[in-house]
Design a protein around this ligand. Structure first.
Ligand code: ADP
Length: 173
C-alpha cells in the first residue's frame, strides 16, 4: 500500500452550494495542513440542486485565491477517495451536538474501512454555525424582496447570482 501524507487533508461534502460555513472550515484547514483537497461528493440519491459541474466551478472560483487548496469531484466511498488523493487525514466540520453524533458514527465506520485514515474535526465558528446548504436553498427559493442582499451573510458573493438563477419562478425582487 502506498504511503499516505499526514500533512495532506481532504474535506468532503455535497457543497450544494458551498456556504460561508464551508469556506471558514476550508480556510482554517488550509492553514493547518500543507495541502487541502476539497472533494465534491457525487451522490445522486441526495437529489442535489446544482449539477456536479456547477458545484465544481463555484468551488474553484471561490477557492482560487487559496494556493494550497485543490478541488476534485468523486463518487463512491469517501475513504477510498481520501486514499486515492494520498492524504492521511479527513477533515470534517461540526456545528451542533446532532452533527457530533452523526459524525461519530461515520468516523467509526470509516476507521473500520481504512484504519490508516484519521478524521480531524474543526468546530464551526460561532458566526457560521447556523448555516447549512439546505437553509440557503430555502431562503433562495422562498425569499422575497432583497434576497440577494440577505444571502450575503450565508454565501460567498460569487455564488449568489448563479444560485438565484436556479429559481426562475421565484417572486421578482
Ligand atoms: P454533507 O451533508 O453532504 O456531508 P455538507 O456539504 O453539508 O455535506 O457538509 C460537509 C462538511 O462540512 C460536514 O463535515 C459538515 O458538518 C460541515 N459543515 C457544513 N456546514 C458547516 C458550517 N456552517 N460550519 C462548519 N462546518 C460545516
Amino acid at each position: 500500500m502506498s504511503e499516505l501524507n499526514p500533512h495532506h487533508a481532504v474535506y468532503v461534502g455535497s457543497f450544494d452550494p458551498l456556504t460561508l460555513g464551508h469556506l471558514d472550515i476550508i480556510r482554517r484547514g488550509a492553514g493547518l495542513f500543507d495541502k487541502l483537497t476539497v472533494g465534491i461528493g457525487l451522490n445522486p440519491e441526495k437529489n442535489p440542486l446544482l449539477t456536479p459541474e456547477e458545484r465544481e466551478s463555484m468551488c474553484r472560483q471561490v477557492l482560487a485565491p487559496l494556493q494550497n487548496v485543490e478541488v476534485k469531484c468523486f463518487a463512491g466511498l469517501t475513504v477510498n477517495f481520501v486514499r486515492e488523493c494520498g492524504a492521511a487525514v479527513m477533515l470534517r466540520g461540526v456545528r451542533t451536538l446532532t452533527d457530533i453524533e452523526l459524525e461519530f458514527t461515520m468516523t467509526l465506520a470509516n476507521r473500520a474501512l481504512d484504519p490508516a485514515i484519521e478524521t480531524v474535526f474543526l468546530m464551526a465558528s460561532e458566526k457560521y454555525s447556523h448555516i447549512s446548504s439546505s437553509l440557503i436553498k430555502q431562503i433562495a427559493s422562498l425569499g422575497r424582496g432583497n434576497t440577494a442582499e440577505q444571502l450575503k451573510s450565508f454565501l460567498p458573493r460569487e455564488i449568489i447570482a448563479p444560485l438565484l438563477a436556479k429559481y426562475p419562478d421565484r417572486q421578482p425582487q
